[in-house]
Write a protein that binds this ligand. Structure first.
Ligand SMILES: Cc1cc2nc3c(=O)[nH]c(=O)nc-3n(C[C@H](O)[C@H](O)[C@H](O)COP(=O)(O)O)c2cc1C
Length: 379
């Protein structure tokens, strides 16, 4: 039995990450913006939901499959885009993508990934989606989209909740930036976490491969969030959205939506799906949780538009609650990255835990198929 097989929950992996990572890296992943009100709500609002199980429904073969745009997926999980993954472990994003591919789970590569668009496409055989942060330079945005299209990414995810970088107080205190600029404190943390440090030294300092050359290298002392923030297109508006929609011929999903009116307007502007997210509590502190925003958005869009959700999903029961509230798929961010602390085997174990929890939860709720659960499951 490998060491990760003994871990039985995503929270166990979070504790593993807390032990194995330097404190400032753990806090970069685990933390949120401002007073972390939204970060806390993301958990509290899932925890508050109670279910009313059904009985005598023959749950001998639970069906976890879901459909998005008449395509069937074996599970209702998706991997959320995450930048800077290599801070956790070199190749963490490849580890996550490979573990996801083995289960047919779509992997969303971030604009700010530490593995570039083309390198990821070569490393993984599975459904790949590309997430775009809209930067000030539209020639550059267009190049990114074109690279993703040429490399075979099937779906474009446009993130719209990063008009500026969130105020991540832990990162400000910890002096976290990428490329890493080691301070005396980081060196001490590194000495106290030799396995992490050796891997980082062997893997090379993490880089934002997709934007190398564009972001420049002049911002010593700026945190990651501020560094990205300075290059973001805060003027992003509906005309810009239509322009990007025109560039991309495939499926386009908009991530970071919480308002029902926005969701409806985006679908009217030819978005193919809406991805509810508050960025895992890392952006607007005080924002509503995605799970609380979901019923109104499902109501506004009707049953046919695919809705994805992330922010706070840590258990299979959260996925079931999201499904019952109207989501077709649930995306995980930190859960996958905590798994990646133990490499691909760790991510595989995290996915196995979540999928077992979903299967078991469907059985105990007396609901044989994920695709058929609805609001009547919720008390
Ligand atoms: C370390 C880290 C990096 C992230 N980077 C991005 C990113 O580059 N693009 C993006 O759209 N969202 C990014 N996010 C937000 C995630 O896509 C997702 O919305 C969030 O993690 C979901 O919440 P959860 O971590 O509670 O599952 C990041 C989140 C984390 C934890």
């Amino acid at each position: 039995m490998g060491s990760v097989d003994r871990l039985v929950s995503v929270e166990d992996f979070r504790q593993l990450a807390r032990r194995r990572l330097p404190g400032s890296i753990f806090e970069f992943v685990d933390g949120g913006a401002g007073q972390e009100l939204t970060l806390a709500a993301n958990r509290a609002d899932f925890e508050r939901i109670r279910l009313i199980p059904r009985v005598l429904t023959d749950v001998s073969r639970p069906d976890l499959s879901t459909s998005l745009w008449s395509q069937s997926f074996a599970t209702p999980l998706v991997i959320s885009p995450m930048g800077s993954c290599a801070l956790v472990r070199p190749g963490a994003d490849i580890a996550i993508a490979r573990a996801a591919a083995a289960r047919g789970i779509p992997y969303t590569l971030s604009t700010m990934s530490t593995t570039g668009i083309e390198r990821m496409a070569k490393a993984v055989e599975g459904p790949l989606w590309f997430q775009l942060y809209v930067l000030k330079d539209f020639d550059f945005n267009r190049q990114l989209v074109q690279r993703a299209q040429e490399a075979g990414y099937s779906t474009l995810v446009v993130t719209v909740d990063l008009q500026a970088g969130g105020k991540r107080e832990k990162d400000l205190r910890n002096g976290i930036s990428i490329p890493l600029r080691p301070s005396a404190r980081h060196l001490l943390e590194g000495i106290l976490h030799p396995a992490w440090s050796l891997r980082l030294l062997r893997g090379g300092l993490p880089q934002f491969e997709n934007v190398r050359g564009y972001l420049g290298d002049t911002s010593a002392g700026l945190t990651i969030a501020a560094r990205v923030g300075a290059n973001l297109h805060a003027g992003f508006d509906w005309d810009d959205f239509r322009r990007i929609r025109d560039w991309w011929k495939g499926r386009l999903v908009v991530k970071g939506v919480l308002h029902a009116g926005d969701a409806a307007s985006l679908v009217a502007a030819s978005a193919d799906g809406i991805w509810l997210s508050n960025h895992g509590g890392r952006q607007l502190d005080g924002a509503i949780s995605s799970i609380d925003a979901l019923p109104a958005i499902r109501h506004a869009l009707g049953a046919d538009v695919p809705i994805l959700i992330d922010s706070g999903i840590r258990t299979g029961m959260d996925v079931i609650k999201a499904g019952a509230s109207g989501a077709r798929a649930a995306a995980i961010g930190r859960a996958a990255l905590f798994g990646a602390v133990a490499g691909e085997a760790g991510v595989t174990r995290v996915l196995e835990i979540l999928l077992e929890e979903i299967a078991n939860g469907l059985k105990l709720a007396g609901t044989p198929a994920f695709s058929r659960i609805g609001p009547d499951l919720i008390a």
